[in-house]
Write a protein that binds this ligand. Structure first.
Ligand SMILES: CC(C)(COP(=O)(O)OP(=O)(O)OC[C@H]1O[C@@H](n2cnc3c(N)ncnc32)[C@H](O)[C@@H]1OP(=O)(O)O)[C@@H](O)C(=O)NCCC(=O)NCCS
Length: 233
């Protein structure tokens, strides 16, 4: 298995990304959960042009020769030294053959390298959305739990990804850390860190300009602030 990182300067990688989008992502996610191909490329363009400072956006795809196995799209957020896996998906033809597990390990490794490049000992957190249901089928919590992700006990809301899409509020938010210095322990995560992660995800990934005034972000923050601690389900 080899990995390529998609880059706007690399036409071959863009061809592979287009195939990944059409052959894997579109059949793996509900319309309201999936950004358009152009939106994903726009996120990558802004990241490559440095418009998001030290925050970054990555698309990696795994291949066996030219056979497309799967891939992942993830961000690094500098303020919390955290990563979020926006999408991870495997080609239907090779499911349950550890493609996604190996892809996750690769993302983990790359995030730790990026954290070190930014002066940290290692990545502080990795987060993800935990779909309770995908395309009407059962949840994929089994996948995240295998790696030690825990579900946070607040009501996560994914804002509409654009004017043609609807809000998604049937997902949970998962988190994992192995960093001893992270403000997270067996029982809870620091609330300000969590709000910062959600803010950056809304802004850099889901392109919400004015996050502070976004009704869904405000709703989540109110709930988080109203609780003594944000722990795990
Ligand atoms: C979830 C998904 C990424 C797993 O990909 P995969 O390459 O088949 O995963 P792996 O082979 O690495 O399996 C990882 C673990 O999940 C288990 N698993 C995989 N599919 C499963 C299923 N349908 N039900 C129960 N367990 C399952 C595997 O047995 C394995 O556990 P093990 O190592 O203890 O045996 C893939 O099914 C997919 O693309 N789903 C649609 C998109 C999605 O839900 N992405 C995740 C959210 S972003």
């Amino acid at each position: 298995m080899k990995y390529i990182e998609v880059s706007l300067d690399d036409v071959h990688s863009l061809d592979i990304f287009k195939r990944f989008y059409e052959e894997v992502l579109e059949s793996s996610f509900d319309k309201n959960e999936l950004e358009t191909y152009d939106q994903l490329l726009d996120n990558l363009r802004k990241s490559e042009e440095g418009k998001h400072g030290l925050n970054s956006y990555h698309i990696i795809i795994s291949l066996d020769d030219e056979f497309l196995l799967g891939g992942a799209i993830y961000d690094y957020f500098i303020d919390t030294n955290s990563g979020i896996i926006e999408y991870i998906a495997t080609n239907n033809k090779v499911k349950k053959k550890s493609v996604a597990s190996q892809t996750f390990q690769m993302v983990n490794k790359l995030l730790n390298e990026e954290a070190r490049d930014n002066g940290f000992e290692r990545i502080s957190y990795i987060t993800c959305e935990l779909e309770k249901e995908i395309n009407g089928k059962q949840s994929n919590h089994y996948f995240w739990e295998k790696f030690g992700f825990k579900t946070l006990n607040f009501h996560y809301i994914q804002p509409p990804l654009d004017d043609t899409k609807e809000v998604v509020d049937i997902m949970n938010f998962g988190i994992i850390t192995k960093a001893p210095f992270a403000t997270y322990n067996k029982e809870y995560i620091d609330k300000e860190e969590l709000k910062s992660i959600l803010h950056d995800y809304y802004h850099y990934t889901m392109r919400i300009e004015d996050v502070e005034n976004c009704e869904y972000y405000i709703k989540m923050c109110r709930e988080i602030d109203s609780k003594d601690q944000i722990g795990f389900i």
